[in-house]
Design a protein around this ligand. Structure first.
Ligand code: KIV
Ligand code: ZN
Length: 529
């Protein structure tokens, strides 16, 4: 029997959580966290992962290199400005795999040409063309973005697109950089580009929409309806300013509406969506608003009497998406203090965590401590524990002892002992409250200049015996934000862990930066000899 071929148009999903989202204030991630997110994006099945901007920092370079070598499946891309040094460094970071793409961009609108680049139309065009040509000599696949395309003169935009395709760009991405476009206008722009650029069919036409007017998803879908075949987006819609188009919204919209599903195909494993959203929330420390479409805590919660009654009688009355579709299903296995290591390992594997024997043992011990006090441990709690555990490996300072005296007229006093390379370091301090006392003690021991920017407490599940989760954000002298997250049955303990994690990241990154500087100095002095 002849094989049935799928005639639907493939829509490529290009995830830029590790680049566009990572560059937004407070969402920075360590190299290990970026690798964890990239591996989860591969499980989700995205087609392309933009892993970073290698020229921007040694940390980004290293992260892109690691992801290229370790993540199998999606094409990995790195971003570069239209400058020879950016392109060469990005090509270097992308070495080690055949599935790589170099993404280069330059501002083409009058605002960008005159305000930032101070270059004429001709000069910008030349920079774009020569950069694409240079990138094509170094990397097999090249994508080009005329930044601020929606505010670029149409004829000039057509010229830039045509010439960069001629120079070898395999993908042309049209960014609505400032989130200014309206859906019908943006759809029209994509259609007109397809009609006006003679060699447009030689490239994949992509879009990259920002959410300044709350229209990023609508604009991306309008573009798809008018012939765009790649969509750039991020998990939870994170990104510069108001963010990018949310990946989960785009793919679930295409999957939910029959008229879209009949025409387009996306090869994603939607059941991994919720888990991916949670992982990104955890590593970036950027909360997801409860009413966020698809992945918000209330996205599937029905509360008013009429709605609950309707859903119970017939689900479709008020529910257009089944929560199971995005991986939000209740575990069939109930984990209690009697569940052995094997059951915990099995459930963790189902949740997508492949732990080493050591990590599993430590997670199991933490699971037992929680399970001893609660009837059962939910998937969310288990994921929270494992997220904590996976990070302990990177801890420079570890919490060895914590005691707080407070209540009534007592001045809150904290005794904190940390371990670093086998040494025990202790401080005893007062504070205006218990958390303040603990934070002062930790800060006194670690003694690095920083500022606490944000402190957020929530419970992973309901009830007074729930696992509490604390997210903190601290800023270093240069203004870089470092995030920390901690969970525990005790909120003071969770607070200490979160703060310690943020400080550990800050110290770790300062160490990497110092090592990179001295390595560069050594290389330079060798070169002079
Ligand atoms: O928003 C934008 O224009 C970008 C480009 C680098 C694609 O992020
Ligand atoms: Zn962007």
């Amino acid at each position: 029997m002849a094989k049935k071929t799928d005639k639907r148009q493939k829509i490529y999903i290009f995830d830029t959580t590790l680049r566009d989202a990572e560059q937004c204030p407070g969402a920075s991630m360590t190299s290990q966290e970026k690798l964890n997110v990239a591996q989860q994006l591969a499980r989700l099945g995205v087609d392309i992962i933009e892993a970073g901007f290698p020229y921007s920092s040694p940390g980004d370079f290293e992260a892109v290199q690691t992801i290229v070598k370790k993540v199998k499946g999606p094409t990995i891309t790195g971003l570069a400005r239209c400058r020879p040094e950016d392109i060469d460094r990005t090509a270097e970071a992308l070495q080690g795999s055949k599935r790589v793409r170099l993404h280069t961009f330059i501002g083409t609108s009058p605002t960008h040409r005159e305000g930032i680049l101070r270059k004429s139309k001709k000069e910008v065009l030349e920079m774009a063309v020569s950069s694409v040509a240079r990138a094509c000599r170094l990397v097999k696949e090249v994508e080009f973005s005329p930044m601020d395309a929606t505010r670029t003169e149409f004829d000039y935009l057509c010229q830039v697109v045509e010439k960069t395709i001629e120079a070898g760009a395999a993908v042309i991405n049209i960014p609505d950089t400032v989130g200014y476009a309206l859906p019908w206008e943006f759809g029209d722009l994509i259609r007109r580009l397809r009609e006006s650029v003679p060699n447009i069919d030689k490239a994949i036409l992509s879009v990259h929409c920002h959410d300044d007017l709350g229209l990023a998803t609508a604009n991306s879908l309008a573009a798809v309806a008018n012939g765009a075949t790649q969509v750039e987006c991020t998990i939870n819609g994170l990104g510069e300013r108001a963010g990018n188009a949310a990946l989960e919204e785009i793919v679930v919209a295409i999957d939910t509406r029959p008229e879209l599903k009949r025409k387009f195909v996306i090869g994603l494993n939607l059941k991994e969506l919720y888990r991916t959203s949670r992982l990104v929330r955890e590593v970036t420390g950027m909360p997801v608003q409860p009413n966020k479409a698809i992945v918000g805590a209330n996205a599937f919660a029905h509360s008013s009497g009429i709605h609950v009654d309707g859903v119970l009688k017939q689900r479709e009355t008020f529910e257009i998406i089944r929560p199971q579709k995005i991986g939000l299903e209740q575990s069939q296995i109930v984990l209690t203090s009697r569940s052995g290591r094997h059951a915990v390992k099995h459930r963790l594997a189902e949740l997508g965590y492949q732990l080493s024997a050591g990590e599993l043992e430590k997670t199991y011990q933490r699971f037992l401590a929680v399970a001893d006090q609660r009837k059962q441990v939910t998937d969310e709690e288990l994921e929270s524990l494992v997220a904590d555990e996976l990070r302990l490996a990177q801890e420079i300072y570890q919490l060895d002892y914590l005691n707080v005296v407070s209540g009534g007229t007592t001045i809150p006093t904290a005794t904190v002992r940390l371990r670093r390379d086998g040494d025990l370091l202790q401080a005893v301090t007062n504070g205006v409250g218990s958390v303040d006392a603990v934070y002062r003690a930790i800060a006194q021991i670690i003694n690095v200049q920083h500022r606490l920017v944000d402190y957020n407490v929530s419970s992973v599940t309901g009830g007074t015996d729930a696992l509490g989760e604390v997210m903190v954000r601290i800023s270093d002298r240069a203004g870089t934000i470092h995030t920390g997250r901690g969970s525990s049955m005790d909120i003071i303990d969770a607070s200490a862990k979160a703060y310690l994690q943020a400080l550990n990241k800050m110290v770790l990154r300062a160490g990497v930066a110092a090592r990179t500087k001295s390595k560069r100095r050594r290389t330079q002095s060798k070169a002079k000899q």
